[in-house]
Ligand binder design. Structure first.
Ligand code: G
Ligand code: G
Ligand code: MN
Ligand code: NA
Length: 254
């Protein structure tokens, strides 16, 4: 059968799950939170990565119900960790352009979060530059409401889209996530070093936190530390983990 109908069934059958990738706070040396990443546990194909199905979810509009499921599942997981007596970490959720085109997105998020009894301050939403630029006025309105609920907002894959930091200042953002293509060749590539350093300095002058993505080794970590980067994420810290494997990290944070 077609992938679209398989994905529709996957949602009904509960075949989606989330993995969680930690972020490391460089100054404190502790895990500062996680990013939720969608996976599809296919009965025959095993664990399917999102690159193989996210664009189909977006093209078919299925990203709306699946995206709603993601928010609800993160809330459920936070509740489960709290019930287990674990320190409950902040979790970031990726949003798609289609979701930001729903005028009532903030109200939808509020319903789910309030219904689950989760502290809104534990939730962050990741947006891309291109998503923000589709209809900036509408995006500012929606994001301001999400922000007013007490949730955080960050720009994902920063530097790969088309925007300026000055323009981004119009949005009520908390953090920029520098795309991993700028991190990959640190510390050797002088252009990437200059770009990364400049982005961090400018972001800080606009009171934005900076997360470097795709950190795979200690040399990259040390370099980013010298640039005064706030947080890092990447295989050097950890791959995305099933929720059960996050427990050890949470216990260590206690
Ligand atoms: O987990 P992985 O690195 O393979 O993710 C690939 C891409 O899929 C990333 O760009 C990520 O932002 C996106 N993605 C992962 N989970 C979700 C999700 O829950 N919703 C949306 N919209 N995108 C996601
Ligand atoms: O676009 P977004 O930043 O949401 O994408 C997250 C994706 O990046 C996830 O699919 C995750 O598997 C991948 N990822 C996370 N850390 C690393 C890393 O250190 N190196 C590489 N190559 N990919 C990573
Ligand atoms: Mn992301
Ligand atoms: Na990214």
């Amino acid at each position: 059968i077609q992938l679209e109908s398989q994905l529709r069934l996957a949602l009904e059958r509960g075949e989606f799950l989330l993995h969680y990738q930690p972020k490391l706070d460089l100054a404190g040396g502790s895990i500062s939170g996680f990013e939720a990443l969608l996976r599809w546990q296919h009965p025959q194909r095993g664990l399917v990565p999102p690159l193989e199905f996210i664009s189909i979810l977006e093209d078919t509009g299925l990203i709306l119900p699946v995206g709603e499921w993601v928010i609800g599942e993160v809330c459920r997981q936070l509740g489960a960790w709290a019930a287990a007596g674990l320190p409950v970490p902040p979790v970031a959720i990726n949003l798609s352009a289609r979701q930001l085109q729903q005028a009532d997105l903030a109200e939808l998020i509020e319903r789910i979060v309030v219904g689950a009894g989760v502290d809104p301050g534990l939730l962050e939403f990741e947006l891309t530059e291109s998503m923000l630029m589709v209809n900036p006025e509408a995006a500012v309105a929606i994001l301001s409401r999400i922000k007013a609920l007490g949730m955080r907002l960050s720009v994902d894959d920063f530097g790969t889209g088309y925007s300026s930091l000055a323009y981004l200042k119009r949005f009520p953002l908390d953090a920029l996530k520098i795309d991993r293509t700028f991190v990959r060749d640190l510390p050797d590539d002088p252009d990437d070093a200059a770009i990364t350093k400049a982005v961090i300095r400018l972001a800080h002058s606009l009171s934005l936190k900076v997360v470097a993505e795709g950190v795979e080794n200690i040399a990259q970590l040390r370099e980013l530390e010298q640039y005064d980067c706030d947080e890092i994420q990447g295989y050097y810290v950890s791959r995305p983990l099933p929720a059960a494997d996050c427990v050890a990290l949470l216990e260590r944070a206690e």
